[in-house]
Design a protein around this ligand. Structure first.
Ligand SMILES: [Zn+2]
Length: 315
């Protein structure tokens, strides 16, 4: 796969900082190139990735080629998760890989770069009219997902929990929030295989688990709220390689089974408008839901964890 200057320019971030995309790297600057590529179904997964950069070095007036970032491909089994929420009509917001809000949150923390949110999803729920919110936009209860029970996605033990932070007023991110409160009320779950799950932005007082508790897959751990660094009620969920919300690296994971009832049409701007104004998402129902097993929903997929009543096969 070869990327030209224009493509690189949309993916090269100065200092790894989101919003600093550029095609030019100045003297003594460093940048991070965020890359994703897909393989055809059934294609052999490479054992390693090699990156070759061809560039024109101005001081030398010559082309240079360099090989960097040799990377082994991890081939360990992925965590297979159960549903984090109940029912149908969930939107996988800011998921991999086109959306950049989680995927490119590379944070320099205590001397190391960490990308804990690389496979994070912000889950919201839509109603029968494809609306995320209806009524007073400043009232957390107007958002369809508010108060939904949050489920343990696997058997595990609780490695962290908080329950005392208040809901934020929807509509804008809170100002001057300490980093320690970014998750709001949260639950951290160790699910084995050195994988940890973070659930963030839970409703005040809704937490049902405490540090050290054992939980079974499907158990209710709390309810959805709008606490922490959140501008509208949603469930932030990701899997990471250590029990620390930010000082960890994000791990890929798959969900055991779900269905996709619509074609993906809503882009990020459509989603943002729907969340900010209560307008419906632009979606077209498929003639039959697409049944999916062991996959990670991509950005803005609509996900049904359980069949809709109209599709349950009963009279
Ligand atoms: Zn998030």
């Amino acid at each position: 796969m070869a990327l030209d200057r224009d493509v690189i320019g949309r993916r090269l971030l100065l200092g790894g900082r989101r919003g600093s995309e550029t095609a030019s790297l100045g003297p003594s600057q460093f940048g991070v190139v965020f890359l994703h590529f897909g393989l055809d179904a059934g294609a052999r997964v490479p054992e390693a990735l090699v990156h070759e950069i061809d560039r024109f070095a101005e001081p030398l007036k010559s082309e240079l080629s360099m090989r960097v970032a040799d990377t082994l491909v991890i081939d360990t089994a992925l965590p297979v998760l159960g549903a984090p929420l109940r029912g149908s009509g969930y939107v996988a917001g800011d998921g991999c890989c086109v959306s950049i809000r989680h995927v490119r949150v590379l944070l320099p923390l205590n001397g190391a770069f960490r990308l804990a949110q690389r496979f994070a999803i912000d889950w919201v729920k839509i109603d029968d009219e494809n609306r995320i919110v209806r009524g007073d936009l400043k009232d957390v209860k107007s958002y369809r997902i508010y108060g939904e029970p949050v489920l343990a996605v696997a058997d595990g033990s609780v490695v962290g929990a908080r329950n005392d932070l208040p809901d934020q007023a929807p509509g804008a991110l809170p100002a001057n929030l300490p980093i320690s409160e970014a998750d709001g009320n949260f639950v951290g779950l160790a699910i084995g295989g050195r994988a940890f799950v973070l659930y963030a932005h839970l409703r005040p007082g809704s937490g049902r688990v405490r540090f050290g508790d054992r939980v079974g897959r499907g158990a209710i751990t709390g309810e959805l709220g709008n606490t922490g660094n959140s501008q509208a009620p949603h469930l932030h969920l990701h899997v990471m390689d250590r029990p620390d919300d930010l000082q960890a690296d994000g791990l890929p994971y798959v969900f055991e089974a779900f269905a996709i009832p619509t074609d993906a049409e809503a882009g990020t701007s459509d989603f943002d408008r729907a969340e900010a104004t209560g307008s419906p998402l632009t979606l077209t129902r498929r003639s039959a839901p697409l049944a999916v097993r062991k996959a990670l929903p991509l950005d803005l997929s609509i996900v049904d964890w359980e069949p809709r009543a109209s599709e349950g096969g009963t009279q």
